[in-house]
Design a binder for this molecule. Structure first.
Ligand SMILES: NC(=O)c1ccc[n+]([C@@H]2O[C@H](COP(=O)([O-])OP(=O)(O)OC[C@H]3O[C@@H](n4cnc5c(N)ncnc54)[C@H](O)[C@@H]3O)[C@@H](O)[C@H]2O)c1
Length: 356
């Protein structure tokens, strides 16, 4: 039987790696991507055989010709990746994020309806940003302190006093976004779930933590702190650390994300399922910055005490449910992943100038 894939945002970081690894499993692959200049400084290199349609998913005109294409795709997997992804940027450009992420999602379901297509499965790349500051345990009880106020941040009051953060797990921690980006990713989840249940289409929502690896945009200064840190350290600069440098993040290698998406398409679950994809552990931003600075012989990172609204204090995933449900587990350690990232950055930008 023929199997086909339709991927929105498939020319991006995660999409291109997924296509490279999974394309052999499909008879036909169609990608729609606007090739956002902020992400794509140069035209993307797509694997042979991928049909790339350049267009904005929020624009009705993009979808008119795609409805016919969708109609001709039997046994269809849909991977929804297209999104504006700048957390901080989304506070100053919320309409841009809402159009791409929210309207882009409703246009997708309208096009599937217009084509009369019921996909075999839809997988949405959602984000840990839907949790916002997440849950914290205070006096033995789970609490949601919510967004940190400007006054709290100005007082350098980074953590809720006396509270301990909890790992993010969809069945235990409620979403509570604190950025326009997070709110639009949660809207994507709700919009697709409402449509999927009504049409009996299986949907897997994967809430991704901080994805990193070769192929990540080196020019998009709004996302992906690790390539940014590599670029600074290469130039012999001290990496500036926000807050007190002790912000926790779950850095998950793109290969582990690709294998989770592939497993999501393979399993036989019928209902809507929401799962967390991360390395299952965390590093402080200071730890990864130290690692990168050492690798380049750059000066040690500097705690600046600066902060950015929309950035959350701590984020990492409890992947136990995902591991059980998908028969998957993250395999790339941060040491191996960072070594590979640094080698790729140097291979792409050229060897850094020797430090004097
Ligand atoms: N990379 C991460 O750390 C991370 C973490 C959590 C969630 N995610 C989610 O994973 C998905 C893919 O992220 P990525 O890291 O590959 O990002 P990316 O920016 O590399 O890829 C996104 C792709 O979508 C395209 N795009 C953006 N707006 C579009 C529009 N309006 N119409 C058509 N195409 C559009 C871009 O050109 C790009 O090729 C996103 O939905 C993002 O929210 C990523």
């Amino acid at each position: 039987m023929q199997r086909t894939l339709f991927a929105t945002g498939g020319a991006g970081f995660i999409g291109s790696e997924f296509l490279r690894q999974a394309i052999d499993g499909y008879d036909r692959v169609v990608v729609v991507d606007s090739l956002l200049p902020q992400v794509h400084a140069t035209p993307p290199i797509m694997p042979d055989g991928v049909e790339l349609v350049v267009g904005d998913v929020a624009e009705e005109s993009t979808w008119a010709p795609l409805v016919e294409v969708l109609r001709a795709l039997p046994d269809l997997d849909v991977l929804h990746l297209a999104a504006e992804t700048g957390t901080g940027q989304s506070l100053t450009e919320p309409s841009r994020h809402a159009l791409a992420n929210v309207v882009g999602t409703t246009r997708l379901t309208e096009a599937l309806d217009g084509a009369g297509v019921r996909p075999r499965r839809v997988v949405l790349a959602s984000s840990r940003a839907v949790y916002g500051e997440g849950a914290w345990v205070l006096h033995g009880e789970m609490r949601y302190p919510g967004q940190r106020s400007a006054a709290q941040l100005e007082r350098s009051e980074w953590d809720p006093p006396g509270a301990e953060p909890v790992a993010m797990r969809a069945d235990q921690v409620m979403p509570n976004p604190v950025s326009a980006y997070g709110a639009t990713k949660l809207a994507q989840e709700h919009l697709l779930a409402a449509w999927a249940v009504a049409h009996e289409v299986p949907l897997t929502v994967l809430r991704l933590q901080n994805v990193y690896g070769a192929g990540q945009s080196l020019t998009n200064s709004y996302t992906g702190i690790l390539p940014l840190f590599c670029r600074m350290a290469r130039e012999g600069k001290a990496i500036p650390l926000y807050e007190d440098g002790l912000v926790r993040r779950d850095f998950v290698h793109v290969n582990d994300v690709v294998s989770a998406i592939r497993r999501a398409f393979e399993i036989d679950r019928q209902e809507v399922q929401t799962l967390d994809v991360g390395s299952g552990t965390y590093q402080t931003v200071r730890e990864v910055a130290d690692h990168i600075a050492r690798a380049y012989g750059a000066p040690p990172p500097v705690v600046t005490g600066a902060f950015r609204h929309g950035d959350v204090r701590h984020a990492w995933a409890d992947t136990s449910v995902t591991e059980a449900e998908l028969g998957w587990r993250p395999l790339v350690s941060i040491d191996v992943g960072l070594g590979e990232l640094i080698a790729w950055v140097d291979g792409t930008l050229g060897e850094p100038a020797p430090s004097v």
